[in-house]
Design a protein around this ligand. Structure first.
Ligand code: ARG
Length: 494
């Protein structure tokens, strides 16, 4: 007779059982499910709901359960597999008590949250590793000039460090979101049972404590059937993948011969089966595409939860694999991108060449005219006129003479200007322009150095945060084992 279907339902055809089983994805949460059962049984014994001898028998059996032995599909899921396992080890007399005052509904929600918190820590640490890889490159390139782009057209000079720091800062915010997400994930649904709790005097806070949760999902309907923590995580993962996709895209673009700004190390490139000269940026390409898979996971989960009535429905089971998929993609992408960034080299000469014609300094030329008394819009007009003429004449803006500017201002505005070649040459020098932008957050080396010192410190603090979370979880694992021992030591179990 089937453990679960019991006297109520006839057996299912194999195909139907396969269709509705979650076993394939329960591998992710098998260890957590064992811990939850340990904590629950400890609590039942401590509360006097379950006699200590029976509790000790169950705990002993649970302690030997390995995920691989919990994967029989005909039993629907890992939860029923574990119950059968305990029945085989400890006898049905004992195992029959294990599921008192709990349900698979609160249990699966708790297990997902427990596994998810580990994955959030992993993702957070991987994000910090990539942040550090970017910061180390920034350190090398505080003085490296390059054009900044808007519309993918050369816009204004800045430094490579300033540009890479923008990617870093986006990733720093992604890390913050992972941290904040953790606080809403690490809450215990246990004690909710199916939806309406139980008339047995369970101690929800004790189970939460034994499992390393920071508190409860209080309302038991909410506890058993909410998955907004999954949506939140998927949204956070999607945002982080969006950051990564923009970085990956620039790696692809910059490693083209046309740009030539970035040289990938061989490990992060592949070649062609027919064109022997090729060095393709495949890691960055895959990263770019994987972002879309994570957005798909978010959208799938949103659709599944859309209009879903409270409380538990088996639709919820279909949401979970999207969570694991998204986090696996996020963490692996963060890790490979960290390696890619650290091992890449930047072509400083090519970047300088891209600024050589002086056009990226046009804004500073206009600013110079403003300093000479023109309103900005008028100065913009004069420089726009000169830029057009120089492009038509195939001349670099850097060859501009003061007299040409003075004549243009006269012709367009009827306004006299006093200007020297030296003044014009100065503002058309990209290094001067970058050094002059000392505004808070600007590209000047002094300001970028200040930001770098600040970001290195932030990375250190964020790392401390995640490592402390990990330590707390390890400690709660030890506390759980110790509490199991206490129950076992009270009775002689053969
Ligand atoms: N396997 C389910 C899940 O992953 C948990 C079991 C809930 N089943 C049920 N009939 N209430 O969500």
């Amino acid at each position: 007779m089937s453990l679960l279907r019991g006297e109520r339902l006839a057996p299912q055809p194999r195909e139907v059982a396969h269709y509705t089983s979650s076993i394939q994805h329960d591998v992710e949460i098998a260890r957590e499910v064992v811990k939850i059962n340990l904590a629950h049984v400890v609590m039942l014994a401590e509360q006097g709901i379950l006699d200590r001898r029976t509790a000790a028998l169950i705990l002993k059996a649970l302690s030997t359960a390995e995920p691989a032995s919990l994967m029989d599909e005909s039993l629907e899921d890992v939860h029923m597999n574990l119950e059968r396992y305990v029945a085989e080890k400890a006898g049905e007399e004992a195992s029959g008590w294990m599921h008192l005052a709990k349900s698979r509904n609160d249990q699966v929600a708790a297990a997902i949250r427990m596994k998810l918190r580990l994955k959030l820590i992993e993702a957070g640490l991987a994000a910090i590793a990539l942040r550090r890889a970017l910061l180390e490159q920034c350190k090398l390139h505080v003085e490296t000039l390059m054009p900044g782009y808007t519309h993918l057209q050369r816009a204004q000079p800045l430094t490579l460090a300033h540009h890479l720091l923008a990617h870093h800062d986006a990733l720093m915010r992604d890390t913050q979101r992972l941290k904040e997400c953790y606080t809403r994930v690490n809450l215990s649904p246990m004690g909710a049972a199916a939806l309406a709790a139980t008339s047995f005097p369970v101690n929800r806070r004790r189970v939460a404590e034994l499992l390393g949760f920071d508190g409860l999902v209080e309302n038991t309907v909410d506890a058993a059937s909410s998955r907004d923590f999954v949506l939140e995580t998927l949204a956070v993962a999607s945002l982080a993948m969006n950051t990564l996709s923009r970085l990956a895209e620039e790696v692809v673009l910059w490693s083209t011969s046309e740009f030539g700004f970035l040289e990938l190390s061989d490990e992060y490139a592949s070649t062609s089966s027919i064109m022997p000269q090729k060095k393709n940026p495949v890691v960055a390409e895959v990263a770019r595409a994987r972002a879309s898979r994570v957005y798909g996971d978010l959208l799938s989960a949103l659709s599944m939860l859309n209009s879903l009535p409270f409380s538990y429905n088996l639709d919820l089971q279909e949401v979970t694999p999207h969570l694991w998929n998204a986090l696996d993609i996020l963490t692996s992408t963060l890790r490979v991108m960290a390696g890619l960034i650290s091992s890449s080299s930047f072509n400083v000469e090519r970047m300088a060449e891209a600024l050589g014609d002086g056009f990226a300094n046009a804004t500073e030329l206009a600013n110079l005219l403003v300093r000479k008394g023109l309103p900005f819009r008028a100065a913009h007009r004069v420089v726009g006129f000169l830029a057009r003429r120089m492009v038509e004449q195939h001349r670099p803006l850097s060859s501009l003479k003061a007299l040409e500017v003075v004549e243009a201002a006269k012709e367009l505005l009827g306004q006299p200007l006093s200007l020297t070649d030296e003044e014009v040459r100065r503002v058309l020098n990209p290094r001067w322009a970058v050094e002059a932008c000392t505004v808070e957050g600007g590209p000047s080396p002094s300001e970028v150095r200040r930001m770098l010192a600040d970001r290195f410190k932030a990375a250190e603090e964020d790392e401390g945060f995640f490592l402390q979370l990990r330590r707390r979880l390890e400690e709660s694992d030890e506390d759980l084992l110790a509490s199991v021992k206490v129950i076992e030591s009270n009775v002689e179990v053969a």
